[in-house]
Design a protein around this ligand. Structure first.
Ligand SMILES: [Cu+2]
Length: 746
């Protein structure tokens, strides 16, 4: 069955070859490397976080996205404590695909608080694969960059004729913010049926930075009266979250089917860089998946449904009484989807993947009137009223091996994206709401239904030059239709617009129903030099994208109908911006390297280094793109000995002073160095982790943290009298934190 061996994952193949041929390394109890696997050649992924590296990153971590911290080119836009937004090579959020067990969920919140990885605790993750600049069309759609494929794993069954009960229980604690967490997973299975429960819960207070960064100004009228936060406390970073899931799976021969019901309850998650805090996120998801093996190949099918209720208001650190009480904002959505994908073995050297998928996303976003408020009553403000995005998509992808060292893949996908919405209205407060009324009419009188035809094409070639060199090159055209908020959020009034913001920069945004889809033309490649065993390795991965109709935002003067881009930009404050199509380019390079240092009687020492440089420019304005990570690198020294897996991590990040987004008044941040220590020991059933993050209690600002809005009078765009929040303060990172985690398998 040569076609079977062709189907073997290149990564697994590379690893098995590498370690079969590496007796020095294989002498230890396990041959698995303690770092991100970057040795894979296309088309599994550019990097895979699994095994020991995943276990180390999971320890005392509540934010699933950050499990990818050692993947070069991946950085994190600050969000809530459990919901940072991954950024790959300058592209984030809807611009990349983020799949969790095959579902790319649409964030339902005017601040994108509930991104796909916020629905899963790190303890449930079994692997994360990262495609950086482009992905096979079989992996993702309606995006212009790479993809993150996160998996909670396939169902567990017992050996033939047997049964099993297995599971894991874990506990964690972090000192800086009293971050407490627990998780439990139990599976009962025979050789044909498997039932699994997983649950996790965690909470934390506000964290503190390495030193004071605000003056301890009083916030009046919070839910607990007038309040002063300590100068080193980063306001609005506390949270509590619970995720649970039950999965029932059946297996017969080559066929497995699983129904998983998962639900999330976040009673509060405060937001340091948004004007509102999350006061509720209740999600229910049903995910039915089928995996089948046939003579001709593999078949996967999936159907899912998700219902979400999301609410926001001002949390404990922000002013609540104005003097009217609060500002409720509600979002709900229903998402249904189905996918089918076949991997067909055409010959010993050719594989065809083909499939279809469909997703229907329905969104309501409304803000109830506030009693005794002059501006926020008497009507319900309809931010998005019955928004609908429906995607229908088909693809075909041919993978061909020309000789043992040369393999290519060509894929084409067509997606039809239909978007529509219903009529809207503002708070209806009469004369004072004149701008709101004009803006609402402008949207209502516009055509509110649009079709986008996305044609994606990806061509990839990988080449094994020798035992010591290999490379790959990829070319792609990738298209993304604008999301419902980019199209249909409509109010240019500053108080409304600042509630619509995905990026955490404190500005106000409103939509543009005439937006076109953005189309990226991308080239990326990689060349690796390594020993035959791949223990010494260095890999350079350059990339370039030109994005036609890139959806950026410009400062706006006037209302939606008669206003225009501001003739003169207003620096040094928060402003109202409107989404517009412009053009942009992004370029850069990732470097990855690894080497053994020593093999001693105290264990094996090795080093892994990674580096990323990304450049992003808006070609119309000439300014930088927002939230592009400055030059950064990491050096990880790892130590393995018996049950020990230890890591010292050195992080260096350059300042972010150049190529800022001038339209958004992006805040510059200084460079910094951080050091983290991570130690772990495992017996056969028990694992203990302990470590110190930011061991020198270094004070630093997070380059992708946006604007500090963690306390004060956040309903005002630029509060008068110097009251917080004023433009210009970035969001500090966490100071020193000791952590420990205990995990027991049974
Ligand atoms: Cu929200």
């Amino acid at each position: 069955m040569k076609s079977r061996s062709f189907l073997r994952k290149p990564l697994a193949l590379a690893l098995s070859v590498a370690f079969a041929a590496a007796p020095v390394w294989a002498q230890e109890s396990t041959a698995e490397p303690v770092n991100v696997d970057v040795t894979a050649t296309r088309y599994d992924a550019d990097a895979v976080v699994a095994g020991k590296e995943l276990a180390i990153q999971k320890a005392a971590n509540v934010d699933t996205a950050t499990l990818m911290t050692n993947v070069s080119g991946v950085s994190f836009q600050v969000g809530g404590a459990v919901s940072s937004i991954p950024v790959i090579r300058g592209l984030a959020d809807n611009r990349i695909n983020t799949l969790l067990d095959g579902i790319d969920a649409v964030p339902s919140c005017p601040n994108h608080m509930n991104t796909p990885l916020s629905y899963v605790d790190p303890s449930s993750i079994k692997s994360i694969s990262v495609f950086k600049s482009l992905k096979p069309v079989s992996v993702g759609l309606n995006s212009i960059g790479g993809a993150i494929v996160a998996s909670t794993g396939q169902p567990t069954f017992a050996e033939t004729g047997e049964s099993l009960i297995t599971g894991n229980a874990g506990f964690m604690y972090g000192t800086n913010n009293n971050n407490l967490g627990g998780n439990l997973s139990v599976t009962a299975a025979t050789d044909w049926i498997s039932l699994t429960y997983t649950g996790s819960t965690s909470s934390a207070n506000n964290y503190t930075a390495g030193r004071a960064f605000h003056t301890g100004q009083q916030t009046t009228g919070t839910t607990s009266g007038n309040q002063v936060l300590p100068g080193n406390m980063v306001g609005s970073t506390s949270y509590e979250a619970t995720n649970q899931a039950v999965a029932l799976a059946l297996k017969s021969d080559q066929h497995t089917v699983q129904l998983k019901y998962s639900w999330q309850d976040i009673p509060y998650e405060n937001y340091v860089n948004q004007r509102m805090d999350l006061t509720g996120n209740q999600q229910n998801r049903f995910n039915l998946q089928y995996w089948g093996g046939y003579d001709w190949g593999k078949l996967e099918a999936q159907a899912y449904y998700e219902q979400l209720n999301h609410t926001m208001n001002f949390g404990p650190d922000k002013q609540y009484f104005y003097p009217s009480a609060g500002m409720p904002m509600n979002t709900n959505s229903n998402t249904s989807g189905a996918k089918v994908k076949g991997d067909v073995n055409i010959s010993e050297s050719a594989l065809l993947r083909t499939g279809a998928e469909w997703q229907r996303y329905y969104l309501n976003d409304w803000w109830p009137p506030v009693a005794n408020s002059m501006m926020m009553s008497p009507k319900t403000f309809k931010n998005v009223n019955g928004g609908l995005q429906q995607i229908s998509s088909i693809f075909g992808e041919l993978e061909q091996r020309f000789d043992p060292s040369l393999k290519s893949m060509l894929g084409v996908r067509y997606s039809l994206v239909n978007s529509s919405t219903g009529n809207v209205n503002g708070y209806g407060c009469g004369m004072m709401c004149a701008t709101e009324n004009a803006d609402a009419n402008s949207l209502n009188n516009n055509s509110k239904s649009k079709n986008f035809n996305d044609v994606d094409v990806t061509l990839m070639t990988s080449y094994n030059h020798s035992d010591n060199q290999d490379g790959e090159i990829g070319l792609a055209r990738q298209v993304r239709a604008p999301n419902l908020y980019e199209l249909y959020s409509w109010s240019s009034t500053s108080m409304d617009a600042i509630m619509n913001n995905f990026v955490g920069d404190g500005n106000g945004y409103f939509g543009n129903p005439n937006l076109q889809a953005e189309t990226a033309y991308t080239a990326s490649g990689a060349w690796a030099l390594h020993t035959a065993e791949r223990d010494y390795m260095i890999k350079a991965s350059p990339f370039y994208s030109y994005v036609n109709n890139y959806i950026d935002a410009v400062q706006w003067t006037g209302n939606a109908a008669t206003g225009a881009p501001s003739a003169r930009l207003v620096p040094g404050q928060f402003n109202v911006l409107r989404y517009v199509n412009q053009n942009s380019n992004l370029a850069g390079v990732d470097l990855d390297g690894q080497m053994p240092i020593a093999k001693t009687e105290f264990g094996r020492f090795s080093a892994q280094g990674l580096f990323n440089w990304t450049y992003g420019k808006n070609l119309v304005t000439g300014y930088g793109l927002y939230n592009v990570m400055p030059v950064n690198g990491k050096l990880n020294f790892t130590h393995q000995y018996g049950g020990w897996d230890n890591q010292i991590q050195l992080i260096a990040v350059a300042n972010k002073n150049n190529f800022l987004s001038v339209e958004r008044n992006e805040i510059a941040t200084p460079g910094y160095f951080l050091t983290n220590l991570k130690a772990s020991y495992y017996w056969s059933k028990v694992r203990v982790d302990a470590g110190i993050n930011n061991i020198f209690n270094t004070f630093y600002y997070q380059p992708l943290g946006g604007a500090y809005l963690g306390q004060g009078r956040t309903m005002s765009m630029n509060p008068s009298g110097g009251a917080a929040p004023q433009w210009g303060t970035a969001v500090p990172g966490m100071g020193i934190s000791y952590y420990t985690a205990l995990n027991v398998k049974f």
